[in-house]
Design a protein around this ligand. Structure first.
Ligand code: MRU
Length: 342
């Protein structure tokens, strides 16, 4: 069910329903999509109604509850398995499902299982808000004094519960009246930068300029970019980071132009089981997103199209990874390991 709305809250769970801001409709329509069963929640994640690594995890955690108060353990377990198939790259989805499963497995009382799972989903949501604030404070120290910061895709409030990850330091500085101007890559093919980052920053009163993805090198060369900050969908144990397609070339450009390149992500975006980024599963999406944007044909039917949703930036191109726990400078297996040991 879709409803027009005046609230821009990314995810709300109320009356046993998952109520999502429909990000496929932004910036022209502020519309919510209400999911009442797990199939609708799965479809909403797959279609990017709700997207961004932390938001996917939160939505899926609430999505489990759509099985209803009277569902048994088997039904909740099936919901966790099913929702985990909605998208493959953002590890936050699997992290959230594991957390819900652990709670279910350690809770003996069937009569209160729904309440216990509900409490866990709310905790995941609340912890994400705290994470945004901490990343904001930790990252602000890195970009303080920058006039212009460039970002890619949307790693803001729409991708989380509140301020986001890459945008959190900008919102933190904005509270002090010191936000830098933001360059937002449009982020082909689904335009999360043009549609979402530009929308949420301008709503908040942060100055933002949209550029096409191919313009960033020229901007860097002319000295207009002081730092690059992006989010991540999965970070391997050595600091290699998967993020929206187009992040890797941005990191190469930043290195060439000696511009600091930062990744901001919560610790639940790390997949320490994977030694390096080449093992991160990369989602391949439908050709129409590239060939027929907005339903208008751009590519002849006879031509093949590739549409990987993410690429991997090697750790050696990343100056620092900002988490809610602090800053990992020059990420390597060793420095990432130390961060988690503290
Ligand atoms: O396909 P999307 O829109 O879900 O991709 C989102 C990104 O790549 C974000 O940069 C990432 O999830 C970090 S969100 C805080």
């Amino acid at each position: 069910m879709s409803t027009a709305t005046d609230t821009a809250e990314t995810i709300i769970f109320h009356d046993g329903q998952l109520d999502l801001l429909d990000q496929t409709k932004l910036p022209t329509e502020l519309t919510r999509l209400v999911c009442t069963n797990i199939e609708q929640a799965h479809d909403a994640i797959r279609r990017l109604v709700v997207r961004g690594a932390p938001a996917i995890g939160i939505a899926a955690a609430y999505g489990v509850l759509l099985q209803g108060r009277d569902a048994d353990r088997q039904a909740f377990g099936e919901a966790m398995d099913y929702l985990a198939t909605s998208r493959p790259t953002a590890v936050n989805l699997f992290w959230a499902m594991d957390r819900m499963r652990d709670v279910m497995n350690s809770h003996d009382d069937d009569a209160t299982l729904y309440e216990r799972l509900h409490r866990e989903a709310v905790a995941i949501h609340d912890e994400d808000r705290q994470m945004c604030r901490s990343i904001g404070a930790n990252g602000a120290a890195l970009i303080q004094g920058c006039r212009n910061v460039l970002t890619h895709c949307n790693a803001g409030g729409l991708a989380t519960s509140m301020w986001g990850t890459a945008l959190a330091p900008i919102y933190h500085l904005h509270e002090q009246g010191k936000a830098p101007h933001v360059f937002a890559d449009e982020t082909r093919p689904l335009l999360q930068g043009a549609r979402l980052t530009a929308w949420e920053l301008s709503q908040a009163g942060v100055a933002v300029t949209v550029l096409t993805d191919s313009m960033s090198g020229g901007l860097m060369r002319s000295g207009q970019v002081d730092a690059v900050i992006v989010g991540a969908d999965r970070i391997a144990a050595n600091g290699d980071a998967a993020n929206k397609i187009g992040t890797y070339p941005l990191a190469v450009l930043a290195k060439y132009h000696k511009i600091p390149f930062y990744v901001a992500a919560p610790t639940n975006t790390f997949d320490l089981k994977l030694p390096a980024g080449d093992q991160i599963p990369i989602e391949q999406r439908h050709r129409d997103e590239v060939a027929r944007p907005g339903g208008v044909q751009f590519v002849p039917d006879a031509a093949d199209v590739i549409n990987p949703a993410f690429d991997v930036t090697p750790a050696e191109l990343i100056d620092a990874i900002v988490t809610e726990k602090g800053v990992i400078r020059s990420p390597t297996t060793e420095t990432v390991g130390q961060h988690f040991a503290n």
